[in-house]
Structures are given as C-alpha cells and as structure tokens.
Design a protein around this ligand. Structure first.
Ligand code: SF4
Length: 392
C-alpha cells in the first residue's frame, strides 16, 4: 500500500536548480522530513494492485540497521521532527517483540521530540498487544481500506480469501483503544464511479481523514486496466460537489488544494525543495525520491544510494546527485517548473510513477499526475465556476 509521502506544500516562483556533480541543489532537499523504513518484507495480504515485489517472504530488519537509522536522524540534527514511517510490507507482520527491539534505538530521539512514529497497516493483525505498543510509542496510524466489502474486493490474502471483515475487526480494536487513525483508500477501475458511497462509508467509519490514491501502474502492478483522465476528473468532481453539499469528511487531496489556495491568497507559501524521502530496506539499503523504488531491479538504473550499515543517510544525500536517476529526476522537475501550469500546486509528483510508466525519469507529465494532480485541480475549477469540465 502506498502512502502519499511526497507531500509538498507548495512554492512560489521557479526553482533555480543546479546539478553540481554530487548534489542536485535547489530542487531536491539534502535533509529529510520523512524516513520510510521496512521492518519486514512480508505482507499477509496479496492485493491485486500491490507494487511490492518481495512481499511473500519474511525478512526482518536487524537491530544494527535500526541503530544506524537512528544515528542518521541524530546526525542530520534538523530543527523539525522527522516522521519515521514503518511501511513497505505489512509492519504488523513483524513479531511484536522484534518490533519493540527496533523501536528501542529511536527512543532517545522520540523522547526529545526529534522523531515521531507512523505506521501504514492493513489492520488485519491488530490485537490488544499491538494497540498497547502503538499507544506507548505515540504512533500515527494509517489504515489501508478501499471502502465497503464490495469495494475492497482487490484485497485478498494469499489463499484468495477476502480481507474486509478482518480489517474491520482491526479498526474496531483501534476505536476501542481510543487510537485515532487516518485512511488511505486505493480507488480502482471498479470503484472510481462510487465517490458518494465511499464518502458515506468513511464518514461512518470515524477516521480522522481519508486520502484517495487512484490506482497506478507501478512496480509489480503493471497489468491491470488503467483509470482514464475522464474517470478521474468525474471522481474528483463528485467529491468537490459532495463537499459543496455539506459532506464533513476530511479528504486529504481536497484539503491539500484548499490549503494551498488559502496560503497563496495569504501570500505566505513557503518554497520547499522536494523531500528526498529516504526509504530503507530491512537490510539497510537506501533508495530516495519514491518508496516504490525499493527492491526494484532495472537494467538501466541503480536505485540504491548506499547502505546505512556502512554510511549515514546525510552522507549519502550529499552525494546522491551522482546517481543517474536522481539527476534525471532533477531534470524532470525543471521541466515541470518550466512548462506545467499546475507546478506551483503540484511541485512535481512522484519519481516512481515517471519510471514505471515510461522506463525513464526524464519525463515530466505522467498518467499519475494527470489523474491525481491535474484532474483534481480541473474538477475544483469546474465546480467553483459551475462549468462543465474541459476535456483534454
Ligand atoms: S507535469 Fe505533472 S508532475 Fe509535473 S508539475 Fe505538472 S502536474 Fe505536476
């Protein structure tokens, strides 16, 4: 399950990026706000759209990798807390005692406010012991649910059995334990026309907010029918209209655009370079720019910028501009900035989508950005002006 980890606020103007050999300055930050970590490669589910290549095997992060990660955060010594997101597999498939041992390395940082923990889970393995751990360590919990049972059909276990009932049991445990949670809902070709039903469902579920990820073709998921721009625009339009009609559900994607408009009108939008989002495998390998690149092998690119057991992440980031995919992504961001009317809001979307759709990082516009950034903004304009949306 994918988080939307590249979550830029926005920027005025155009970045003056330079590639100075080692760094790609200006466009990609050399410090990180988000660190994605893989406590286990295993997932107990086998969702039809999953991009993770190695999710059937249990390989656990070792204590030395966790200690090296904590050391990298300490070395960065940033003035803001780093969110450590446990992800890339089903984190709760990690034996709970082992998870505690990994968390121990981060405790000095957490106690002084230098990190917060987040987890993206399918919730099927939640029990009282996990709820206690999540509370004890102050986790922000994200649950992956695609809607009511009929909308959740793509999410089955390895025996092909549906998972919805087990997810709902996990959600009930969170509620009983008083743990707030957000939701990520993958919208598939089967559910793209059911915006009103999804909004009703998530309103009743009691989540703090929902983010809608329109199904993408990436990683191990490259063979399902794609969602069209027209379908995407109609979906976002339905959501805007539901909100105009009084729907109270906080929706990440709509709120992000509203926040950007509000900040732009107030003249107070910060310019922020693209967060490198270091993503660390169970054995310490680090990729940047897109968690979906973890574990991907390519004849054309090496995605691993180093291993935390041998080098700190700040040291890796200082030299990341030497990597071909990082340089090419920098070029693509410049293309976005120079040519795209949506750039100030979008800030250039995910590197992984560029690669999985085209086999390269140099392309600027992708189906992902057309469906999730451009269609979202066009739908908002159409609703605000009460005009029929302009078709591309
Ligand atoms: S081309 Fe796509 S990714 Fe680039 S700024 Fe425009 S909408 Fe965003």
């Amino acid at each position: 399950m994918k988080r939307d980890s590249a979550d830029p606020v926005s920027a005025h103007g155009r970045p003056a990026a330079t590639a100075d050999g080692d760094r790609v300055s200006g466009l990609i930050a050399d410090v990180f706000h988000t660190l994605v970590t893989q406590p286990t490669t295993l997932c107990n589910l086998d969702c039809a759209y999953c991009y993770l290549p190695d999710r059937k095997r249990q390989r656990l992060m070792t204590a030395d990798v966790a200690a090296a990660l904590a050391g990298s955060v300490a070395e960065q010594d940033s003035p803001y807390p780093v969110e450590v997101v446990w992800h890339c597999g089903e984190p709760l498939a990690t034996p709970i005692g082992h998870m505690r041992s990994l968390l121990t390395a981060f405790e000095p940082l957490r106690r002084k406010g230098a990190i917060t923990h987040g987890v993206q889970t399918n919730a099927t393995l939640l029990n009282d012991a996990w709820c206690e751990l999540l509370t004890e360590y102050g986790f922000h919990v994200g649950v992956s649910i695609d809607g009511p049972a009929a909308c959740n059909a793509a999410r089955v276990d390895w025996a092909g059995r549906p998972s919805h009932e087990r997810i709902m049991r996990g959600v009930a445990r969170l509620r009983d334990a008083g743990i707030p949670f957000t939701v990520i809902c993958v919208v598939t070709p089967d559910t793209i026309g059911r915006a009103a039903e999804l909004v009703r469902y998530f309103t009743d579920l009691g989540c703090a907010s929902v983010g809608f990820n329109l199904e993408e073709q990436e990683g191990a998921n490259a063979f399902r029918a794609p969602i069209s721009v027209e379908q995407s625009e109609a979906f976002w339009r339905d959501l805007w209209r539901l909100r105009q009609a009084g729907a109270r559900l906080p929706i990440r994607d709509l709120d992000r655009l509203c926040d950007w408009i509000g900040a732009t009108r107030a003249g107070g939008v910060d310019q922020r370079p693209f967060d490198p989002i270091p993503t660390v495998s169970h054995d310490g390998d680090v990729v940047i720019l897109s968690p979906e690149l973890l574990g991907v092998r390519s004849p054309d690119y090496d995605f691993v910028i180093g291993n935390v057991r041998r080098q700190s992440i700040p040291a890796m980031l200082a030299r990341a501009g030497r990597m071909r995919y990082v340089r090419e992504f920098g070029q693509a961001l410049r293309g976005c900035a120079d040519t795209c009317e949506f750039y100030d809001f979008c800030q250039g979307a995910q590197a992984g989508n560029r690669y999985f759709e085209t086999g390269s990082f140099t392309v600027s516009e992708t189906a992902y950005c057309r469906n999730t950034r451009q269609a979202l903004a066009r739908a908002a304009i159409a609703c605000l002006t009460q005009q029929a949306p302009e078709r591309r």
